[in-house]
Design a protein around this ligand. Structure first.
Ligand code: CUA
Length: 335
């Protein structure tokens, strides 16, 4: 255990990071997002040229063949019965353009999805759930939720490889400034990678309709220097704060059915259905971004999750006031 002072310091570091809230694909801060921005500009340039040519020809024709005053009203215009050259040209040129766009896009998508991870990169497995993100670091033995801590270097050398899975329906993982969307599909593993070039908190969300609370399936990537990331990781590897001592609030929590759905490392709580709570209070939000993680909000959430997040799968356990106070007290200690 690194102690609460260190935990507080780590949280202050995260709070001080710049926030990249704007969902702006034109301001990429990672290699995959840069490549995708370039494709977007390339496609826009090609289609822009087509637009100018077609619109120009239309206006030219309207102007050139407008009705003139001295013209004989009843004279038939020249009748043209097709031209092999023109028809061949307007078939072949669009086909070539489409194949160029397909080729360039396929190359970038393959570069993001099929890249094999170098040896010492950070590997993360992300599992989409209705409506939250499970985040596992297999090499570190860490399980967390909704907030993905990754290392960041200005040259983009600190890459994180993501394996994307789903526990229920199709979700889509999207961090506009770091990379494009990749679906999380049941019974299939998808892959992508990110390398944030600036430390900061990057906002993203689920980009595939997945049920009632799809809009509140938010995620954030917290990119830190490799040293800060290592500190965070070693703190997360610890057992829960009070795992060694059985306190009345902890006993209360463990007597309730919370433990069937949630895991807390070092305790009898080993449920897998809901988010791991071992270091709950190290996270910024509750309910996958629906409310800030404050003691007051934690109480609102535990009392009835259906208030802040209607339709979510965590029920109100209809706790008595004293049970609620004990549970919130215990959860609040999980730094
Ligand atoms: Cu998950 Cu939409």
């Amino acid at each position: 255990m690194l102690g609460t002072a260190v935990v507080a310091l780590l949280q202050a570091q995260v709070a001080a990071l710049p926030e990249h809230r704007i969902a702006d694909i034109m301001k990429p801060l990672a290699s995959p997002a840069e490549a995708e921005k370039n494709i977007a500009l390339f496609s826009f340039a090609i289609t822009g040229v087509i637009f100018v040519v077609v619109a120009g020809l239309i206006f030219f024709t309207i102007w050139k063949f407008r009705r003139k005053h001295d013209e004989d009203e009843f004279r038939e215009p020249a009748q043209v019965y097709g031209s092999n050259q023109i028809e061949v040209a307007w078939t072949i040129i669009p086909v070539l353009i489409v194949f160029i766009l397909i080729g360039v896009t396929a190359r970038v998508i393959a570069g993001v999805e099929n890249a094999s991870p170098p040896k010492d990169v950070t590997k993360i497995t992300i599992i989409g759930h209705q409506w939250w993100w499970e985040v596992k670091y297999p090499d570190y033995d860490i399980v967390t939720a909704n907030e993905i801590h990754v290392p960041s270097l200005p040259d983009g050398k600190a890459a994180t490889y993501l394996k994307l899975e789903s526990a229920d329906v199709i979700h889509s993982f999207w961090l506009p400034q770091l990379s494009g969307k990749t679906d999380l599909i049941p019974n299939r593993d998808n892959f992508m990678w990110i390398n944030p070039k600036e430390p900061g908190v990057y906002f993203g969300n689920c980009a595939e309709y997945c049920g009632t609370q799809h809009a509140n399936m938010l995620l954030r990537v917290i990119a830190q220097t490799p040293e800060d990331f290592k500190k965070w990781a070693s703190e997360q590897q610890q057992n829960a704060a009070s795992a060694a001592a059985m306190t009345p609030p902890r006993a209360e929590f463990e007597s309730l059915s919370c433990v069937n759905c949630h895991a807390i490392k070092g305790t009898v709580a080993v449920g897998k259905f809901g988010p791991d709570l071992t270091h709950l209070m190290s996270r910024q939000t509750l309910g996958a971004g629906v409310i800030d993680n404050t003691p007051a909000n934690l109480k609102i959430w535990v009392n009835n999750p259906q208030d802040p997040k209607p339709g979510c799968f965590m029920p109100s356990l209809k706790l008595t006031d004293s049970e609620l106070a004990q549970v919130v007290d215990y959860l609040g200690s999980l730094k």
